[in-house]
Design a protein around this ligand. Structure first.
Ligand SMILES: NC(=O)c1ccc[n+]([C@@H]2O[C@H](COP(=O)([O-])OP(=O)(O)OC[C@H]3O[C@@H](n4cnc5c(N)ncnc54)[C@H](OP(=O)(O)O)[C@@H]3O)[C@@H](O)[C@H]2O)c1
Length: 225
């Protein structure tokens, strides 16, 4: 069965997800960090792009309250960690590959060189799902069928988000609108890629909103009709 997919992002007032000097989502508040960990505590698996691993090097290892919550919910102590990396640019030394009892997966393509494949094979399970670009439909199928993932949390970045929206594979969006202005035409936004034409724009419906200090936590459903 197809997993339920939720995308989570923190954006500045002008839609940026990082800063000019590549500081990533550190501009978001502690409350946003708590929201992220709460959502992670419901997820069977987390999916990110190689660019996010290279920039932020997240661990995805839970501890304390959130680990307990996962166990109470009948989930594994840590979520499955999956990265999309068509060329295999994700470093094998990344924290996501540190053993924590949860499988680490790399979704790549036939383009990956053996000099990248060999070290990654030592730290992760590798799936080649495409000639030149990763087929996200296959990624979602593999997560659902092979790993029984029911709830998938997608944590960016901008390129992966665009590919997933284009493939119609995002069900929900959790967006934190942060009271910051970052600017810069080359600074990443929450959805990158080639962009959509007018007729292909993705519509979303607001399900919930919450104000915490000057930040707004938004929850949308993606309209697929
Ligand atoms: N504010 C937030 O909430 C938030 C959250 C997450 C990330 N971020 C920021 O977002 C930035 C990273 O975003 P990004 O857009 O540069 O990178 P990204 O989407 O994280 O990863 C891009 C990489 O993923 C692989 N990839 C993506 N789509 C692919 C496809 N269809 N086929 C094959 N490979 C594919 C490629 O890896 P290869 O190069 O190996 O082919 C590509 O270089 C960082 O600055 C990070 O801090 C912010």
């Amino acid at each position: 069965m197809k997993p339920q997919t939720s995308l989570i992002m923190a954006v500045s007032l002008d839609g940026k997800i990082s800063t000019r000097d590549g500081a990533g989502p550190r501009f978001a508040s502690e409350a946003d960090g708590i929201r992220l960990r709460e959502l992670r505590s419901h997820a069977d698996a987390i999916l990110v792009g190689a660019g996010t691993i290279i920039a932020d090097d997240p661990t995805f290892t839970e501890n304390g309250k959130y680990k307990e919550l996962r166990i109470q919910r009948g989930l594994a102590p840590n979520p499955i960690k999956a990265v999309v990396s068509g060329r295999g640019s994700v470093p094998e030394t990344a924290q996501m590959f540190h053993p924590n009892g949860a499988p680490a997966l790399v979704f790549t393509t036939e383009r990956i060189s053996s000099s990248r494949l060999v070290p990654l094979q030592k730290v992760a399970e590798i799936y080649r799902v495409g000639e030149t670009t990763v087929d996200f439909q296959r990624v979602i199928e593999i997560l659902g069928e092979v790993y029984q993932v029911k709830q998938l949390l997608i944590e960016g970045g901008g390129q992966v988000n665009f590919d997933l929206f284009r493939a119609g594979l995002i069900d929900e969006v959790y967006l934190t609108l942060c009271p910051k202005v970052i600017g810069g035409k080359d600074v990443l936004t929450s959805v990158e890629g080639a962009g959509f034409n007018f007729l292909d724009i993705v519509d979303v419906e607001l399900l919930d909103h919450r104000l915490v200090g000057d930040e707004i936590f938004l929850h949308y459903r993606v309209c697929k009709d």
